[in-house]
Design a protein around this ligand. Structure first.
Ligand SMILES: Cc1ncc(COP(=O)(O)O)c(C=O)c1O
Length: 395
């Protein structure tokens, strides 16, 4: 038979097929879950072909698994990356990536609007290993550039951020990084490669909590780091020692989630836009933060570097903490739960959940007010989500 020339495939096709061999185990259409902790060598010759001649194969579960390999290849294709490592959670991806890059005596810069645990790791745990960290206010590019020192190793930011959905100007970030010879790391969880491709802006490494949109069903934890092969290889080497590996069944669920990734995320973009407009027009809502709204401070940059605005909307209702609690307690469809990106609509009160141990003054200093709420739309009928919010707001 004449060999078939590979066809250039679209994003949806890649979400379903990438990373798989056409010829599958037992002719299965779905990816086999290789549920094993180790792999057998046929004989000593096979051991030596692997150890001495580098013949690729699997050896031990912490060093790789066939189901995981499919996920890594698929994610790399979707993000447009040379290489990818998949982890047991988003935090495992972030921590392992950072530790693989820094050395004692280095300095790093991170924006203040990052996920709390990431900030905590960078500004407190890393200090124990002699890595200094400067936290800069998000959006002040002058302060950011001034914070860079000769020993700065990287600049880290999320985009869009949590909870205010601030959007980082990736062209400016790249400019600063090039002037000072530092690496750039972007946590692109809220955007996904459907809405934003940081690598196309020259960003060095992209990280995702795949727990969110990529897996998409609020049922697993997973993470990924993507970028140039040479950098990702360093992360992969440490990953093998740190051991935050994803198990094969979890990987299967990630792969299954990815099959409907564009369907879900494109729909979530549409639903969030509709819900954001509803909230913005509601008399009991004080302010809405959604990068797709003209009122968002970073709407212009979001339009430039994003192709969709995501499924998360942050808003403040009028009144006090008791009004926010009453609103939450009245909800019938939206679940009160942290996280985002799944098919169920979730809502969280950052002040009561993520910042519960802060006093009011400390919370307000971080912009976490009494009536601030973060809504992560699922894929229910938008009119049902809106009706639920409307009745809970008391109209
Ligand atoms: C932006 C962002 N990055 C990273 C994480 C951590 O991901 P995981 O919960 O999968 O460890 C989260 C979790 O909420 C997040 O929102």
């Amino acid at each position: 038979m004449t060999p078939k020339t590979p066809l250039k495939r679209g994003f949806s096709t890649r979400s379903i097929h990438s990373g798989e061999d056409r010829q599958r185990y037992a002719d299965s259409i779905t990816t086999p879950i290789v549920q094993t902790s180790t792999y057998a060598f046929k004989d000593t010759q096979e051991i030596e072909a692997y150890t001495k001649k580098g013949k690729p194969r699997f050896e031990y579960g912490r060093y790789g698994n066939p189901t995981e390999k499919v996920a890594q290849r698929r994610l790399a294709e979707l993000e447009g990356a040379e290489d990818c490592v998949v982890f047991s959670s988003g935090m495992s991806a972030i921590v392992t990536t950072i530790l693989a890059i820094v050395r004692s005596g280095d300095h790093i810069v991170i924006t203040d609007d990052a996920y709390r645990k990431t900030l905590e790791f960078c500004s407190s745990y890393l200090q124990r290993f002699g890595v200094d960290c400067t936290v800069v206010p998000f959006g002040d590019y002058k302060v950011l550039e001034d914070a860079v020192r000769p020993n700065t190793r990287f600049i880290f930011s999320e985009s869009p951020t949590n909870p205010y959905l601030n959007v980082f100007d990736l062209v400016k970030l790249k400019g600063i990084a090039e002037r000072h010879g530092v690496l750039t790391l972007i946590d692109s969880t809220f955007a996904t490669p459907i809405n934003q491709r940081p690598l196309e802006f020259g960003i060095d490494l992209v990280m995702h909590s795949c727990t969110k949109y990529m897996a998409g069903h609020n049922d697993i934890l997973a993470g990924a780091t993507l970028g140039r092969h040479e950098l990702v290889e360093q992360i992969r080497a440490l990953h093998k020692a740190m051991g935050g590996v994803i198990d094969a069944h979890c990987c299967y669920l990630l792969l299954r989630g990815l099959k409907t990734f564009p369907l879900r995320v494109n729909r979530q973009n549409e639903i969030a836009m509709e819900v954001a407009r509803f909230l913005e027009a509601h008399p009991k809502v004080r302010r809405v933060y959604y990068p797709g709204l003209e009122s968002h401070p970073h709407h212009a940059i979001a339009r430039e570097q994003m192709t969709g605005f995501g499924g998360v909307i942050t808003f403040e209702i009028k009144g006090r903490l008791s009004d926010a609690k009453r609103f939450l307690d009245r909800l019938q469809l939206c679940f009160i739960a942290p996280s985002l990106g799944g098919v169920e609509t979730l809502i969280t009160h950052p002040g009561l959940v993520s910042y519960y141990e802060y006093n009011r003054k400390e919370r307000y200093a971080l912009g976490i007010t009494d009536t601030l709420l973060r809504l992560a739309v699922g894929i229910e009928d938008p009119r049902d989500i809106i009706a639920d919010l409307n009745q809970a707001l008391g109209n």
